[in-house]
Ligand binder design. Structure first.
Ligand code: DX5
Ligand code: ZN
Length: 210
C-alpha cells in the first residue's frame, strides 16, 4: 500500500490549520512538513512553534523534513512540537549516525534524505538504524519543480539494498511521475503543488489509483 504525504509548503499559510484538516479529510496519510533555514537550502519556511500550533488539527503522522544545517540542535524542539518522523539530510550533519540515534532516542521514527547528486553509499552503514529513506527528486528548497529522472535508478538501487524500508520520494510528484516511482520500489509520496493546485480529494485519489 502506498502512502500520500501532501506537502504543506504549497498550502495557504494564512489558514494552515484548515488546510491540514482539509488534506486529512481528503485522504492524506501523512502531513509532510518542510522546514528550511535559508542556509542548507536557499529558502526559509517555519520552525517548531508553527508545527506545534497545528498539531491538534489532526492525528495524521507529521513527517518533518528538515532542510537545515546541524539539525541535531533542534531535534528535541521538533519532537516536542509533535513530529512523528524526522528526516535529516545526509550532508546537513557531520555525525549522521549520532543524529539518527538522537532522533530514535525520543521514540519516534528517523529518516535520511539524499539530494539528487548524493550517492546511496552513505546509506550502507546506517540503513538498519533508520525507518525511511527520502529520495529528493528535485533540488530541495522550492515546490513546483520538475521531476529529475535519475531518481528512478536511485530508488531501484535503494530497494535492492533493503527490501522493506520505507522509500519516500519528494519533488515533482504528479499522477504521471508517481507510476514509475512505484514501479522502482518507492512507497511514500510527497506531493505539494500537485495536491494543492486542484481538488485535494481528487488529486490524492488520482495518486492512489496508480
Ligand atoms: C522541496 C520540498 C518538497 C516540496 C515538493 O524542497 O522538500 O516537499 O514541497 O513540492 P512539489 O510536490 O510541488 O514538487
Ligand atoms: Zn520535503
Amino acid at each position: 500500500m502506498i502512502k500520500i504525504a501532501p506537502s504543506i509548503l504549497s498550502a495557504d499559510f494564512s489558514k494552515l490549520g484548515e488546510e491540514i484538516i482539509a488534506i486529512d479529510k481528503a485522504g492524506a496519510d501523512y502531513v509532510h512538513i518542510d522546514v528550511m533555514d535559508g542556509m542548507f537550502v536557499p529558502n526559509i519556511t517555519f520552525g517548531a512553534p508553527v508545527i506545534k500550533s497545528v498539531r491538534n488539527k489532526t492525528e495524521l503522522v507529521f513527517d518533518v523534513h528538515l532542510m537545515i544545517n546541524q539539525p541535531e540542535r533542534y531535534i528535541e524542539d521538533f519532537v516536542k512540537a509533535g513530529a512523528d518522523i524526522i528526516v535529516v539530510h545526509a550532508e546537513s550533519t557531520i555525525h549522521l549516525h549520532r543524529t539518527i540515534q538522537l532522533i530514535k532516542s525520543f521514540g519516534i521514527k528517523a529518516g535520511v534524505s539524499l539530494n539528487p547528486a548524493t550517492p546511496i553509499d552513505i546509506l550502507k552503514y546506517i540503513i538498519n538504524d533508520i525507518d525511511m529513506v527520502l529520495v529528493m527528486s528535485v533540488n530541495p528548497g522550492f515546490g513546483g519543480q520538475k521531476f529529475i529522472e535519475s531518481s528512478i535508478e536511485k530508488i531501484k538501487e535503494i530497494r535492492q539494498l533493503h527490501g522493506t524500508i520505507d522509500i519516500e520520494v519528494d519533488g515533482g510528484i504528479t499522477d504521471k511521475t508517481i507510476t514509475k516511482c512505484i514501479e522502482a520500489g518507492a512507497n511514500v509520496f510527497v506531493a505539494g503543488s500537485y495536491v494543492f493546485s486542484g481538488d485535494y480529494k481528487e488529486r490524492i485519489d488520482s495518486l492512489k489509483r496508480r
